[in-house]
Design a binder for this molecule. Structure first.
Ligand SMILES: Nc1ncnc2c1ncn2[C@@H]1O[C@H](COP(=O)(O)OP(=O)(O)O)[C@@H](O)[C@H]1O
Ligand SMILES: [Mg+2]
Length: 309
């Protein structure tokens, strides 16, 4: 089957003005690759500022004007050009945004889900999706301020699901929710995948990601350092030292802290951005490090575990 989404060697940089109005290019995402198959939830896990939202905005072609994007994005086997991105945005590809503030505070829920359509069919769809997410028909008449945090999240998902999308991009969909509400919201994304859609779940929370994802792509300082099956985590089959460190930093795995800090945009050289913090780091890690297949996953490390160096 054809992948829903393929991102190959994606880079995003910003133009900034240095001293004396000199333009400098600030690279934020570098050489990023990712594949989502039909029915798959692929989680992108990375700490704050690692470029996760930019990836989502790059796919949708809604990056800020001072940005530059290079690389290839393929959607359902065809290049996702800016023109095509505009056509499929909000229909075949939907974004469930990071903040509930994306709901229009002055518009009732029903019309927001129907996107202005007033016909009987649109009304039926909006009722059906509200019911599907455990929201009563009276929710249609509510303004966003009348909703709890959990309800507002479900309204955002209902708005997305009403379009029967092929690709759902969820950008940090659970902040501010307690563990039970978060699990329920994530379950809804898993259902959309079970129905055949591809889901890109963006989060900083590895544990949460592993509770629903089939595959996990780990971001570090604007690069994918590893793509692994969710099962590789519990089976101890991780390849990159950063992924391992993330796993060991979870409370149930010993809470082992990762010393040092992630480099910011513009602070990264050619080599592995994790090298300065890596227990296995060597001088050659500061040179080019290719992204390659190891053991059914992919890794950007010269000395991965489970692979031949
Ligand atoms: N409009 C912009 N101009 C310059 N830099 C930006 C802009 N937007 C985002 N960035 C930079 O890109 C980095 C990644 O941002 P973002 O994708 O929002 O991170 P995440 O979602 O992983 O927290 C940030 O560290 C920020 O410095
Ligand atoms: Mg973000």
């Amino acid at each position: 089957m054809e992948p829903i989404l393929q991102v190959q060697n994606l880079s995003i940089s910003f133009t900034q003005y240095g001293r004396g109005a000199r333009q400098v290019l600030l690279p934020v995402l570098r050489d990023l690759s990712l594949t989502i198959e039909p029915g798959q939830v692929v989680a992108v896990v990375g700490s704050s500022g690692s470029g996760k939202s930019l990836l989502a905005h790059g796919i949708l072609n809604i990056l800020p004007y001072n940005s530059h994007m290079a690389g290839e994005i393929t959607f359902l086997g065809r290049p996702l050009t800016p023109k095509r991105a505009e056509q499929v945005r909000g229909r075949e590809i939907v974004l469930v945004p990071q903040g509930v503030t994306y709901l229009d505070p002055l518009m009732k829920v029903g019309p927001q889900i129907r996107k202005g359509r007033r016909d009987q069919a649109a009304r039926q769809v909006s009722r059906a999706v509200l019911e599907r997410y455990g929201l009563g028909a009276d929710t249609e008449e509510c303004y966003p301020f009348e909703l709890s945090g959990g309800m507002a999240r479900r309204v955002l998902i209902a708005t997305a699901a009403a379009e029967t999308p092929r690709l759902v991009i969820a950008d940090e969909p659970t902040p501010g929710l307690d563990a039970r509400a978060a699990k329920r919201v994530l379950g809804h994304f898993r259902e959309l995948a079970d129905g055949g859609a591809g889901v890109l779940l963006i989060t900083h929370d590895l544990e949460l990601a592993l509770s629903i994802a089939h595959r996990v792509a780990v971001f570090y300082a604007g690069e994918t350092v590893e793509e692994a099956d969710a099962a590789d985590f519990t089976a101890g089959r991780l390849r990159h030292p950063y992924t391992k460190a993330l796993w060991n930093a979870l409370p149930q795995n010993g809470f082992v802290p990762i010393l040092g800090a992630q480099p910011g945009p513009g602070e990264v050289g050619e080599g592995c951005p994790f090298a300065p913090r890596c227990p296995k780091g060597r001088p050659e890690c500061l040179g080019p490090v290719p992204y390659r297949e190891v053991d059914g996953g992919r890794v950007r490390c010269l000395y991965p575990e489970g692979g031949t160096a």
